[in-house]
Design a protein around this ligand. Structure first.
Ligand SMILES: Nc1ncnc2c1ncn2[C@@H]1O[C@H](COP(=O)(O)OP(=O)(O)OP(=O)(O)O)[C@@H](O)[C@H]1O
Ligand SMILES: [Mg+2]
Length: 365
Protein backbone atom coordinates (compact mmCIF):
# COMPACT_ATOMS: atom_id res chain seq x y z
CA UNK A 1 0.00 0.00 0.00
CA UNK A 2 2.85 2.32 0.90
CA UNK A 3 4.26 1.91 -2.61
CA UNK A 4 0.91 2.72 -4.13
CA UNK A 5 0.47 5.88 -2.02
CA UNK A 6 4.05 6.90 -2.72
CA UNK A 7 3.70 6.53 -6.44
CA UNK A 8 0.51 8.61 -6.29
CA UNK A 9 1.92 11.42 -4.21
CA UNK A 10 5.06 11.68 -6.34
CA UNK A 11 2.97 12.63 -9.34
CA UNK A 12 2.79 16.35 -10.10
CA UNK A 13 0.02 17.67 -7.94
CA UNK A 14 -2.93 19.37 -9.57
CA UNK A 15 -3.53 21.51 -6.50
CA UNK A 16 -0.51 23.70 -7.07
CA UNK A 17 -0.98 23.82 -10.80
CA UNK A 18 -4.67 24.70 -10.67
CA UNK A 19 -5.67 28.33 -10.73
CA UNK A 20 -8.44 27.96 -8.14
CA UNK A 21 -6.61 27.37 -4.89
CA UNK A 22 -8.98 25.00 -3.16
CA UNK A 23 -8.19 23.88 0.36
CA UNK A 24 -6.02 20.84 0.74
CA UNK A 25 -7.53 18.14 2.89
CA UNK A 26 -6.43 18.18 6.48
CA UNK A 27 -5.58 14.88 8.10
CA UNK A 28 -3.52 11.91 7.10
CA UNK A 29 -4.09 12.75 3.47
CA UNK A 30 -2.48 16.16 3.85
CA UNK A 31 0.53 14.74 5.64
CA UNK A 32 0.80 11.98 3.09
CA UNK A 33 0.59 14.47 0.29
CA UNK A 34 3.83 15.93 1.54
CA UNK A 35 5.69 12.68 0.99
CA UNK A 36 8.95 13.82 -0.38
CA UNK A 37 10.85 11.17 -2.19
CA UNK A 38 14.48 10.28 -1.39
CA UNK A 39 16.21 12.67 0.98
CA UNK A 40 19.63 12.11 2.47
CA UNK A 41 20.11 9.10 0.28
CA UNK A 42 19.57 11.25 -2.75
CA UNK A 43 22.81 12.28 -4.43
CA UNK A 44 21.03 15.47 -5.41
CA UNK A 45 20.28 16.53 -1.86
CA UNK A 46 21.37 20.12 -1.33
CA UNK A 47 22.87 20.92 2.06
CA UNK A 48 21.41 23.99 3.73
CA UNK A 49 23.86 26.89 3.95
CA UNK A 50 24.94 27.59 7.52
CA UNK A 51 23.42 30.14 9.87
CA UNK A 52 26.23 32.60 9.35
CA UNK A 53 26.22 32.37 5.57
CA UNK A 54 23.66 35.16 5.27
CA UNK A 55 21.91 33.07 2.62
CA UNK A 56 18.17 33.37 2.26
CA UNK A 57 16.05 30.31 3.03
CA UNK A 58 12.75 31.90 2.17
CA UNK A 59 12.00 34.93 0.10
CA UNK A 60 8.45 36.07 -0.50
CA UNK A 61 7.39 38.80 -2.96
CA UNK A 62 3.90 40.29 -3.01
CA UNK A 63 2.44 36.87 -2.28
CA UNK A 64 -1.31 36.57 -1.97
CA UNK A 65 -3.94 33.87 -1.58
CA UNK A 66 -7.65 34.22 -2.26
CA UNK A 67 -10.56 31.88 -1.69
CA UNK A 68 -13.16 33.25 -4.07
CA UNK A 69 -13.97 36.78 -2.92
CA UNK A 70 -12.08 36.39 0.38
CA UNK A 71 -8.44 37.30 0.62
CA UNK A 72 -6.71 35.00 3.14
CA UNK A 73 -3.53 37.11 2.92
CA UNK A 74 -2.22 39.62 0.42
CA UNK A 75 0.84 41.53 -0.69
CA UNK A 76 3.18 39.59 1.58
CA UNK A 77 6.88 40.36 1.15
CA UNK A 78 9.65 39.26 3.51
CA UNK A 79 12.78 37.14 3.74
CA UNK A 80 13.96 34.52 6.23
CA UNK A 81 17.63 33.65 6.55
CA UNK A 82 18.99 30.12 6.92
CA UNK A 83 19.18 29.17 10.59
CA UNK A 84 16.69 31.80 11.66
CA UNK A 85 13.73 31.11 13.93
CA UNK A 86 11.05 33.27 12.37
CA UNK A 87 7.79 33.91 14.23
CA UNK A 88 4.59 34.46 12.28
CA UNK A 89 1.93 36.01 14.49
CA UNK A 90 -1.58 37.26 13.97
CA UNK A 91 -5.16 36.93 15.18
CA UNK A 92 -7.53 34.13 14.19
CA UNK A 93 -8.17 34.28 10.47
CA UNK A 94 -5.12 36.48 9.79
CA UNK A 95 -3.84 34.09 7.12
CA UNK A 96 -1.01 32.31 8.97
CA UNK A 97 -2.01 28.74 8.18
CA UNK A 98 -2.85 29.62 4.60
CA UNK A 99 0.61 31.18 4.24
CA UNK A 100 2.21 28.00 5.59
CA UNK A 101 0.13 25.87 3.23
CA UNK A 102 1.04 28.05 0.29
CA UNK A 103 4.76 28.08 1.06
CA UNK A 104 4.57 24.35 1.78
CA UNK A 105 3.31 23.79 -1.80
CA UNK A 106 -0.16 22.64 -0.71
CA UNK A 107 -1.88 25.61 -2.33
CA UNK A 108 -0.96 27.53 -5.45
CA UNK A 109 -0.56 31.26 -4.70
CA UNK A 110 -3.15 33.54 -6.26
CA UNK A 111 -0.58 36.35 -6.64
CA UNK A 112 3.11 37.06 -6.23
CA UNK A 113 6.08 34.73 -6.02
CA UNK A 114 8.36 33.04 -3.50
CA UNK A 115 11.65 31.15 -3.27
CA UNK A 116 11.65 28.28 -0.78
CA UNK A 117 15.09 26.87 0.14
CA UNK A 118 16.45 28.52 -2.96
CA UNK A 119 13.83 27.12 -5.34
CA UNK A 120 11.07 29.12 -7.03
CA UNK A 121 7.65 28.16 -5.67
CA UNK A 122 6.37 26.66 -8.88
CA UNK A 123 4.61 23.43 -9.87
CA UNK A 124 7.75 21.93 -11.39
CA UNK A 125 9.66 22.41 -8.10
CA UNK A 126 6.93 21.05 -5.82
CA UNK A 127 8.54 17.64 -5.26
CA UNK A 128 12.04 19.05 -4.67
CA UNK A 129 10.75 21.73 -2.27
CA UNK A 130 8.87 19.06 -0.33
CA UNK A 131 12.12 17.08 -0.08
CA UNK A 132 13.76 20.02 1.65
CA UNK A 133 11.04 21.17 4.02
CA UNK A 134 8.76 19.69 6.62
CA UNK A 135 5.39 20.99 7.79
CA UNK A 136 3.72 20.35 11.09
CA UNK A 137 0.12 21.28 10.35
CA UNK A 138 -2.42 22.82 12.70
CA UNK A 139 -4.36 19.54 12.93
CA UNK A 140 -2.14 16.53 13.73
CA UNK A 141 -3.74 14.37 10.99
CA UNK A 142 -2.70 10.95 12.25
CA UNK A 143 -4.10 7.51 11.60
CA UNK A 144 -6.11 7.06 14.77
CA UNK A 145 -6.20 3.27 14.74
CA UNK A 146 -2.46 2.90 14.23
CA UNK A 147 -0.01 3.09 17.09
CA UNK A 148 2.38 6.01 17.47
CA UNK A 149 5.24 3.90 16.12
CA UNK A 150 3.12 2.58 13.22
CA UNK A 151 2.12 6.13 12.29
CA UNK A 152 5.74 7.21 12.22
CA UNK A 153 6.78 4.10 10.29
CA UNK A 154 4.05 4.75 7.77
CA UNK A 155 5.00 8.40 7.23
CA UNK A 156 8.75 7.71 7.34
CA UNK A 157 8.26 5.14 4.66
CA UNK A 158 6.26 7.62 2.57
CA UNK A 159 8.99 10.21 3.03
CA UNK A 160 11.56 7.51 2.10
CA UNK A 161 13.54 8.32 5.21
CA UNK A 162 16.85 6.46 5.28
CA UNK A 163 17.94 4.67 8.49
CA UNK A 164 14.28 4.53 9.29
CA UNK A 165 14.40 2.89 12.72
CA UNK A 166 17.05 5.25 14.10
CA UNK A 167 15.25 8.28 12.79
CA UNK A 168 11.93 7.18 14.32
CA UNK A 169 13.64 6.55 17.65
CA UNK A 170 15.29 9.97 17.46
CA UNK A 171 11.97 11.68 16.70
CA UNK A 172 10.17 9.84 19.51
CA UNK A 173 12.89 10.73 22.00
CA UNK A 174 12.91 14.34 20.81
CA UNK A 175 9.25 14.77 21.78
CA UNK A 176 9.45 12.57 24.88
CA UNK A 177 7.18 9.88 23.54
CA UNK A 178 9.47 6.85 23.46
CA UNK A 179 7.46 5.14 26.21
CA UNK A 180 4.11 5.64 24.42
CA UNK A 181 5.23 4.29 21.06
CA UNK A 182 2.98 1.23 21.12
CA UNK A 183 -0.26 3.05 22.03
CA UNK A 184 -2.85 3.80 19.38
CA UNK A 185 -3.16 7.49 18.50
CA UNK A 186 -6.89 7.39 19.31
CA UNK A 187 -5.95 6.67 22.92
CA UNK A 188 -3.69 9.71 23.22
CA UNK A 189 -4.65 13.09 24.64
CA UNK A 190 -4.75 16.12 22.31
CA UNK A 191 -1.36 17.33 23.50
CA UNK A 192 0.25 13.93 23.02
CA UNK A 193 -1.13 13.68 19.49
CA UNK A 194 0.36 17.13 18.88
CA UNK A 195 3.72 15.74 19.93
CA UNK A 196 3.36 12.78 17.55
CA UNK A 197 2.74 15.27 14.74
CA UNK A 198 5.88 17.13 15.75
CA UNK A 199 7.84 13.86 15.75
CA UNK A 200 6.53 13.18 12.24
CA UNK A 201 7.75 16.60 11.09
CA UNK A 202 11.23 15.76 12.38
CA UNK A 203 11.46 12.47 10.49
CA UNK A 204 12.84 13.78 7.20
CA UNK A 205 15.68 15.90 8.68
CA UNK A 206 14.41 19.05 6.93
CA UNK A 207 16.35 22.18 5.95
CA UNK A 208 13.32 24.22 6.84
CA UNK A 209 10.60 23.36 9.30
CA UNK A 210 7.17 25.01 9.26
CA UNK A 211 5.48 24.65 12.63
CA UNK A 212 1.85 25.73 12.75
CA UNK A 213 1.05 26.35 16.42
CA UNK A 214 3.24 23.50 17.72
CA UNK A 215 2.47 24.20 21.38
CA UNK A 216 -1.28 24.69 21.04
CA UNK A 217 -2.95 22.46 23.63
CA UNK A 218 0.30 21.52 25.35
CA UNK A 219 0.73 21.84 29.10
CA UNK A 220 3.48 24.23 30.29
CA UNK A 221 6.06 21.47 30.78
CA UNK A 222 5.36 19.94 27.36
CA UNK A 223 5.48 23.42 25.78
CA UNK A 224 8.84 24.00 27.44
CA UNK A 225 10.09 20.70 25.98
CA UNK A 226 9.02 21.89 22.52
CA UNK A 227 10.82 25.21 23.11
CA UNK A 228 13.98 23.32 23.99
CA UNK A 229 13.57 21.17 20.92
CA UNK A 230 13.23 24.28 18.72
CA UNK A 231 16.34 25.74 20.37
CA UNK A 232 18.20 22.49 19.65
CA UNK A 233 17.06 22.47 16.02
CA UNK A 234 18.16 26.08 15.65
CA UNK A 235 21.60 25.13 16.94
CA UNK A 236 21.75 22.47 14.24
CA UNK A 237 21.05 25.12 11.62
CA UNK A 238 17.42 24.19 10.86
CA UNK A 239 15.43 27.20 9.70
CA UNK A 240 12.13 27.41 11.56
CA UNK A 241 8.97 29.19 10.50
CA UNK A 242 6.78 29.24 13.59
CA UNK A 243 3.20 30.37 13.88
CA UNK A 244 1.94 30.80 17.42
CA UNK A 245 -0.57 32.64 19.56
CA UNK A 246 1.79 32.42 22.54
CA UNK A 247 3.53 35.75 22.40
CA UNK A 248 5.97 35.01 25.20
CA UNK A 249 6.99 31.92 23.23
CA UNK A 250 7.66 34.04 20.14
CA UNK A 251 9.54 36.61 22.19
CA UNK A 252 11.74 33.93 23.72
CA UNK A 253 12.42 31.81 20.67
CA UNK A 254 12.31 34.01 17.60
CA UNK A 255 15.14 35.99 16.06
CA UNK A 256 12.52 38.01 14.20
CA UNK A 257 8.76 38.07 14.09
CA UNK A 258 6.21 39.21 11.56
CA UNK A 259 2.75 40.32 12.62
CA UNK A 260 0.12 39.56 10.02
CA UNK A 261 -3.49 40.65 9.76
CA UNK A 262 -4.24 39.66 6.16
CA UNK A 263 -1.46 42.10 5.23
CA UNK A 264 1.89 42.33 6.96
CA UNK A 265 1.64 44.83 9.83
CA UNK A 266 5.25 44.80 10.96
CA UNK A 267 8.41 42.70 10.90
CA UNK A 268 11.64 42.74 12.90
CA UNK A 269 13.41 41.46 16.02
CA UNK A 270 11.03 41.62 19.03
CA UNK A 271 13.21 44.22 20.84
CA UNK A 272 13.35 46.46 17.78
CA UNK A 273 9.57 46.33 17.32
CA UNK A 274 9.13 47.44 20.92
CA UNK A 275 11.47 50.37 20.41
CA UNK A 276 9.80 51.31 17.14
CA UNK A 277 6.32 51.36 18.62
CA UNK A 278 6.79 52.59 22.15
CA UNK A 279 8.71 55.58 23.47
CA UNK A 280 11.22 54.72 26.17
CA UNK A 281 10.14 55.87 29.62
CA UNK A 282 11.36 55.84 33.20
CA UNK A 283 8.85 55.35 35.97
CA UNK A 284 9.82 57.11 39.18
CA UNK A 285 8.13 56.55 42.55
CA UNK A 286 8.81 58.84 45.51
CA UNK A 287 7.67 58.51 49.13
CA UNK A 288 5.75 61.81 48.96
CA UNK A 289 4.97 63.96 45.89
CA UNK A 290 7.85 66.09 44.59
CA UNK A 291 6.95 69.78 45.35
CA UNK A 292 7.87 71.18 41.91
CA UNK A 293 8.39 68.24 39.52
CA UNK A 294 8.60 70.50 36.42
CA UNK A 295 11.65 72.23 37.83
CA UNK A 296 13.28 68.85 38.66
CA UNK A 297 12.68 67.03 35.36
CA UNK A 298 12.69 69.76 32.71
CA UNK A 299 15.92 70.27 30.75
CA UNK A 300 17.74 67.16 31.99
CA UNK A 301 19.98 65.43 29.41
CA UNK A 302 18.17 62.59 27.61
CA UNK A 303 14.76 63.65 29.01
CA UNK A 304 12.07 64.57 26.46
CA UNK A 305 9.09 65.17 28.76
CA UNK A 306 7.22 63.95 31.80
CA UNK A 307 3.76 63.48 33.29
CA UNK A 308 2.37 62.40 36.61
CA UNK A 309 0.58 59.05 36.78
CA UNK A 310 -1.03 58.69 40.21
CA UNK A 311 1.76 58.37 42.74
CA UNK A 312 4.42 57.95 40.01
CA UNK A 313 6.14 60.18 37.49
CA UNK A 314 6.55 58.88 33.94
CA UNK A 315 9.57 60.46 32.24
CA UNK A 316 9.88 60.19 28.45
CA UNK A 317 13.54 59.62 27.61
CA UNK A 318 15.61 59.31 24.48
CA UNK A 319 18.55 57.52 26.06
CA UNK A 320 18.35 55.59 29.35
CA UNK A 321 22.14 55.64 29.86
CA UNK A 322 22.17 59.46 29.98
CA UNK A 323 18.73 60.08 31.43
CA UNK A 324 18.59 57.62 34.34
CA UNK A 325 21.59 58.96 36.31
CA UNK A 326 20.57 62.56 35.53
CA UNK A 327 17.01 62.00 36.82
CA UNK A 328 18.35 60.22 39.92
CA UNK A 329 20.77 63.08 40.71
CA UNK A 330 18.08 65.72 40.14
CA UNK A 331 15.63 63.95 42.48
CA UNK A 332 18.23 63.50 45.22
CA UNK A 333 19.31 67.13 44.72
CA UNK A 334 15.70 68.22 45.20
CA UNK A 335 15.52 66.26 48.47
CA UNK A 336 13.01 63.70 47.17
CA UNK A 337 12.77 60.32 48.93
CA UNK A 338 13.16 57.99 45.91
CA UNK A 339 11.48 54.58 46.26
CA UNK A 340 12.24 53.28 42.76
CA UNK A 341 13.37 54.30 39.29
CA UNK A 342 12.71 51.73 36.57
CA UNK A 343 12.88 51.70 32.81
CA UNK A 344 9.45 50.73 31.50
CA UNK A 345 9.41 47.40 29.67
CA UNK A 346 7.03 46.72 26.84
CA UNK A 347 6.50 43.13 25.84
CA UNK A 348 5.93 41.70 22.38
CA UNK A 349 2.34 41.26 23.56
CA UNK A 350 2.08 45.07 23.99
CA UNK A 351 3.36 45.53 20.42
CA UNK A 352 0.96 42.92 19.07
CA UNK A 353 -2.08 44.26 20.89
CA UNK A 354 -1.29 47.84 19.90
CA UNK A 355 -1.13 46.91 16.19
CA UNK A 356 -4.14 44.62 16.20
CA UNK A 357 -6.20 47.13 18.22
CA UNK A 358 -5.31 49.79 15.65
CA UNK A 359 -6.63 47.46 12.93
CA UNK A 360 -9.84 46.83 14.87
CA UNK A 361 -10.38 50.57 15.39
CA UNK A 362 -9.63 51.29 11.73
CA UNK A 363 -12.12 48.58 10.75
CA UNK A 364 -14.79 50.12 12.98
CA UNK A 365 -14.14 53.63 11.73
N1 LIG B 1 -10.26 26.43 2.30
C1 LIG B 1 -10.72 27.63 2.56
N2 LIG B 1 -11.79 28.11 1.90
C2 LIG B 1 -12.27 29.35 2.15
N3 LIG B 1 -11.70 30.21 3.04
C3 LIG B 1 -10.62 29.76 3.71
C4 LIG B 1 -10.08 28.45 3.51
N4 LIG B 1 -9.00 28.32 4.32
C5 LIG B 1 -8.89 29.47 5.00
N5 LIG B 1 -9.85 30.33 4.64
C6 LIG B 1 -10.05 31.68 5.15
O1 LIG B 1 -8.83 32.40 5.01
C7 LIG B 1 -8.61 33.26 6.15
C8 LIG B 1 -7.30 32.92 6.79
O2 LIG B 1 -7.40 31.62 7.39
P1 LIG B 1 -6.16 30.95 8.11
O3 LIG B 1 -6.58 29.58 8.49
O4 LIG B 1 -4.98 31.07 7.26
O5 LIG B 1 -6.00 31.87 9.41
P2 LIG B 1 -5.01 31.71 10.64
O6 LIG B 1 -4.25 32.98 10.74
O7 LIG B 1 -4.23 30.46 10.52
O8 LIG B 1 -6.04 31.62 11.85
P3 LIG B 1 -5.96 30.79 13.25
O9 LIG B 1 -5.12 31.62 14.16
O10 LIG B 1 -7.39 30.74 13.68
O11 LIG B 1 -5.38 29.44 12.96
C9 LIG B 1 -9.83 33.04 7.06
O12 LIG B 1 -10.77 34.04 6.80
C10 LIG B 1 -10.35 31.69 6.63
O13 LIG B 1 -11.73 31.55 6.90
MG1 LIG C 1 -4.07 28.77 11.69
Amino acid sequence: MIHLIRSLVRKPRRRITGAGASAAAVGPDEAASRAQGPRSASPGKVAAPGRTSGAVALSVHNLGERFGARSAFEDLSFEVGYGEVFGFLGPNGAGKTTTVRTLGTLLAPSAGSAMVTGLPLAPENGVEIRRRISVMPEAPGLYQRLSVAENLECFASLYEVPVLRERIEFALRAVNLADRAQETCAALSKGLRQRVALARALLPDPQMLFLDEPTSGLDPAAARDVHELIDGLRQHGVTIFLTTHRLEEAERLCDRVAILNTTLRTIGPPGELRDRLFAKTLTVRTLVPVPDPGRVFTGLPGVDGWHQDGASYVIAISDPVTATPAVTRALVGAGADVMSIAESRHSLEDVYLQLIDQDTEAGQG
